[in-house]
Ligand binder design. Structure first.
Ligand code: 3HC
Length: 695
C-alpha cells in the first residue's frame, strides 16, 4: 500500500514489507519537507504503528539526496499543518525502531529527521548539517535540542552556530551517526534494522546532556556573536543549544520553535533567503538556456604571480588539466614555489590530505613561453595590469591555440574590447575576473564585450559551476561591477577623512555595519602600490573639477605600501594594526589644504554616506545595462566585497530601508562632491514612483 499525503502527490511512499518496512521520500530536486512531504511522513508513521507485520522501518530518500531541509519557498507563507516538529516527534515516539538511511546531504529539517530516528546509517559520501543560521534562522524542528544529546554541547555549538556541514566520517566520530555503510546503503540499512528489532529503542530526546560551566558558556556565546558580525541567528542558536542541558526536550523545543518563528519573519532572514536564491539565479542568464557551452578540459594560465597561481590552483582543484606559463625559468620557479606553498599550508592546517595535494599538483604542468599553449581549450591571462602589455600578449597569443580556444583576461579594470581587438578572434575573448585569493573567493565576474560569442559566455557559466564559483555576467566598464562600486565608496571614505574622520573611525563604522574589514584596513592588506600606479597612469585624464584626495598618494610617496612595508593607513607592530599619529597628521594637513574645518563625524553618517555611494553607483551600472538585474549587483557585493549577507546586498537593503532617505543622501553628495556623484536616473525614477528593485 502507499500512504501518501492528502494531496496524494506520491512524494512519500510506504512499502510495508515485513519485518522491515521502507518509507521513501521522493520530492525533487532536494526532497525538501514541503507540506505534502510532512503529511505523507506522518501518515506513513501512523500506518507503521498500526500494521502488526511491520517490526522496524527505514526512512530513505529517492534521487540525489536525503532531505535537504524545510522548503525555503514556503517561508514567506503562514505555516501549514502538520508542522515539522510534530512529524519528527511522531518519528521519535514510534514504538518500532526507525532507522535513517542517509545519502547526499541531510540538512536542516532533513538532519532533524535523522536525529529523531532511533539509529542513523550513512553512505560515506553523505554530509550532515544544520545550516539554518545561514538563512537567518535557528533549527526549528528539534535540531538545537537533539544534536547536543548525541554529540555534546561543545560540538553542537560549533555545528549549529556556524551552519557548517560535516562529512559522514566526521559525523561518525562525533556520534551523530551510528554506522557507515560499507557498500550498498539500502542493504546495510536493512541489516541494521533487523538487528534492532526487539531491542530497547534509543530515543535521542531521552539522552542526557552534560552541562558546560557557566563562564565557558558565556565566553563561547560572546565569541559566536563577535564572529557573526551583526547576524542575529548564530548567537540565538547557540543559546538554544545550551538550553539542552537545562530543560527537558519538550520545553527546550518550545523555546526553539518560538525563536524559529520569530526569526522566520525577521528582516535578516528575508535578506538571507534573497541571498540564497540570488546566488542560484545569477547562474541563469536570461536568453541563454539553449546556448551550448564549449568543451573545456585543458587550461593554460599566463603569468604565475599571485593571481595566476591562485587561478591555476582553482582549476587544478576542480580537476582540470592546467599548464602555467611564464616568460623565464626564474619567474616560473617562483610561481611553482608559490603554488606548492599554498598546497603545503592547506595540508599543514588539515584542510587537504597529502594524497590530494599530490594529485592536484600533478594536474599542473609548467612551461616557458606561449608556444606551449597550442593544445589548450581555454587560456587565462593574469599578467601585469597594463593595457599595452595585455594587448601585446593577446596579439602573440592569437597565433598559438587552435581555433575555438577561449582567450580570457583576468583584468580588473581594463577595457576588454581593446584587448580583444588585438586578436583576429574577438568573439573568443572574454573577461574572467577572479578575486584574490582566486582559489578561495567564490565570486567570478564574467565580462563580455559586444563581440564575445554567446557560447563563450555560456562556457564561462559552465566553468564557474565546475569551479564551484558564483558567476555574475556583466558588460565592459571601468572596474566592471565590483571594482567600479568599490572605487566610488573608497573615494567617499577618503572624503570623510578630509572632513573630520580618521581611518580607524571609518573602518570601525563599516565593520560595525557588518563588513569583515573596513576599506583602509583592506587597502593595507592588499598593498597601496598597485592602486597608486593606476592613479598615476590615469592622472592625465582625470577631470580637473573632480574632488581628489591625495592622502593615499602621500602615504605611498613615504614608502607606506601597507602591511608588507610595516605601515600604510596604520602601522603594524608584530603584525598588529595600530593607529599611527603620522597618518593622523597627514589627514589633518589634507583637511587644511582643502580649507575644511574638521568635525566629529558619527558612525551613522559614515554608514549612510558609504551606503549611498554604493547604491547610486549600482544604479548607474543598471542604467548602463552593465548587468541586467539588481540581484547581480547584490551577489557581487556580498561575495566579492564582504557586504553583509544578512543585509541581502545593497539593492535588496535599499528596498527595505526605502529609497527616499538614500536618494536624499545621494543628492547631498552630488551637490557637495561634484563630478562623478550625479544622481543615477533609475534611483531618482524609482524613488519618484515608489518602485522597488525587487517588485
Ligand atoms: N527548499 C526549497 N528549494 C531548495 C532547497 C530548500 N531547502 N534547497 C535547495 N533548493 C532548490 C534550489 O533553489 C535549486 O532550485 P533551482 O534549480 O530552481 O534553482 C535546487 O533546489 C537545487 O539546489 P542547488 O542548485 O543548490 O543544488 P546543489 O546540488 O548545488 O546543492 C544543497 C544542494 C546542498 C541541498 C543546496 O541546495 C542547499 O544547501 N540547500 C539549502 C539547504 C538548507 O538551507 N536547508 C535548511 C532549510 S531551513 C530548515 O530546514 C528549517 C528547519 O529547521 C525547520
Amino acid at each position: 500500500m502507499t500512504a501518501a499525503s492528502p494531496a496524494d502527490d506520491n512524494s512519500v511512499r510506504l512499502t510495508p514489507t515485513s519485518p522491515v518496512a521502507v518509507i521513501e521520500i521522493d520530492n525533487p530536486p532536494v526532497n525538501a519537507t514541503s507540506q505534502a512531504v510532512r503529511a505523507g511522513l506522518l501518515a506513513a508513521i501512523h500506518e507503521v504503528e498500526r500494521n502488526p507485520q511491520i517490526e522496524a522501518v527505514v526512512i530513505a530518500c529517492a534521487g540525489r539526496t536525503f532531505v535537504a531541509g524545510a522548503d525555503i519557498r514556503e517561508f514567506g507563507q503562514p505555516p501549514r499543518e502538520p508542522h515539522l516538529p510534530d512529524v519528527i516527534d511522531a518519528i521519535e515516539a514510534c514504538s518500532k525502531p526507525v532507522i535513517a538511511a542517509v545519502h547526499g546531504t541531510a540538512l536542516g529539517g532533513g538532519c532533524e529527521i535523522a536525529l529523531a530516528c532511533h539509529a542513523r546509517i550513512a553512505d560515506p559520501g553523505a554530509s550532515f548539517g544544520l545550516p539554518e543560521v545561514k538563512l537567518g534562522l535557528v533549527p526549528g524542528a528539534g535540531g538545537t535540542q537533539r544534536l547536543p544529546r548525541l554529540i555534546g554541547l561543545e560540538a553542537a555549538l560549533d555545528l549549529v552556530s556556524s551552519g557548517r556541514m560535516v562529512k559522514a566520517a566526521e559525523a561518525l566520530r562525533l556520534g551523530l551517526i551510528d554506522r557507515l555503510s560499507s557498500g550498498d546503503l539500502r542493504q546495510d540499512t536493512m541489516e541494521l534494522a533487523r538487528e534492532l528489532i526487539g531491542k530497547q529503542i534509543r530515543r535521542t530526546g531521552e539522552q542526557p546532556v552534560a552541562a558546560m560551566d557557566g563562564q565557558n558558556a558565556s565566553a563561547r556565546i560572546a565569541e559566536i556573536r563577535r564572529k557573526a558580525r551583526g547576524a542575529e541567528a548564530p548567537g540565538r542558536a547557540a543559546e538554544l543549544v545550551l538550553l539542552a542541558a537545562e530543560l527537558p526536550l519538550k520545553q527546550g523545543m518550545a523555546r526553539e520553535r518560538e525563536t524559529f518563528l520569530a526569526l522566520r519573519s525577521s528582516e535578516q532572514s528575508a535578506a538571507l533567503r534573497h541571498a540564497f536564491f540570488a546566488e542560484r539565479e545569477v547562474t541563469r542568464l536570461p536568453g541563454f538556456d539553449a546556448v551550448e557551452p564549449r568543451s573545456v578540459q585543458k587550461v593554460g594560465i599566463v603569468g604565475a604571480g599571485t593571481m595566476g597561481s591562485g587561478i591555476a590552483i582553482a582549476f587544478a582543484d576542480a580537476g582540470f588539466d592546467v599548464k602555467v606559463v611564464e616568460t623565464s625559468e626564474q619567474a616560473l620557479a617562483a610561481g611553482r614555489a608559490r603554488i606548492a606553498d599554498t598546497y603545503e599550508k592547506q595540508v599543514a592546517s588539515g584542510r587537504l590530505t597529502a594524497a590530494a595535494r599530490d594529485e592536484r599538483s600533478r594536474l599542473i604542468d609548467y612551461g616557458v613561453g606561449l608556444d606551449t599553449l597550442s593544445d589548450r581549450d581555454l587560456v587565462v591571462e593574469a599578467v601585469f595590469e597594463d593595457l599595452e602589455v595585455k594587448r601585446a600578449l593577446f596579439r602573440d597569443l592569437d597565433a598559438i591555440p587552435k581555433p575555438g580556444t577561449i582567450l580570457a583576461t583576468n583584468t580588473s579594470y581594463l577595457d576588454i574590447s581593446l584587448i580583444a581587438d588585438a586578436t583576429s578572434r574577438p568573439a573568443d575573448v572574454v573577461g574572467l575576473h577572479f578575486f584574490s585569493p582566486a582559489n578561495v573567493m567564490k565570486l567570478l565576474e564574467i565580462v563580455r564585450t559586444d563581440a564575445t560569442a554567446d557560447d563563450v559566455v555560456a562556457t564561462g557559466l559552465a566553468l564557474a559551476k565546475r569551479l564551484r564559483k558564483i558567476p555574475v555576467v556583466c558588460r565592459v566598464c571601468d572596474g566592471f561591477v565590483g571594482n567600479r562600486i568599490l572605487s566610488r565608496y573608497r573615494q567617499q571614505a577618503e572624503y570623510l577623512l578630509e572632513e573630520g574622520a580618521l581611518p580607524h573611525e571609518v573602518d570601525a563604522a563599516l565593520e560595525a555595519f557588518g563588513f569583515p574589514m573596513g576599506p583602509f584596513a583592506v587597502s593595507d592588506m592588499a598593498g597601496l602600490d598597485i592602486a597608486w600606479a593606476r592613479r598615476k597612469r590615469l592622472a592625465a585624464n582625470r577631470d580637473p573639477n573632480e574632488r581628489y584626495v591625495d592622502i593615499a598618494d602621500r602615504l605611498c610617496e613615504a614608502g607606506r605600501f601597507g602591511r608588507k612595508t610595516g605601515a600604510g593607513w596604520y602601522r603594524y607592530e608584530a603584525g598588529k594594526r595600530e593607529i599611527d599619529p603620522a597618518v593622523t597628521a597627514l589627514v589633518e594637513e589634507a583637511s587644511q589644504r582643502r580649507g575644511l574645518t574638521r568635525r566629529k563625524i558619527s558612525t551613522e553618517e559614515i554608514q549612510a554616506r558609504i551606503r549611498a555611494a554604493i547604491v547610486n553607483e549600482a544604479c548607474k551600472i543598471l542604467d548602463e545595462r552593465i548587468v541586467e538585474r539588481p540581484l547581480d549587483v547584490d551577489v557581487v557585493m556580498m561575495h566579492g566585497y564582504g557586504y553583509p549577507a544578512w543585509r541581502g546586498g545593497p539593492l535588496f537593503e535599499a528596498d527595505r530601508i526605502g529609497l527616499q532617505p538614500i536618494l536624499a543622501q545621494v543628492k547631498e553628495r552630488a551637490e557637495r562632491d561634484g563630478p562623478g556623484w550625479e544622481v543615477a536616473e533609475s534611483l531618482a525614477g524609482r524613488a519618484a514612483s515608489n518602485a522597488k528593485f525587487y517588485p
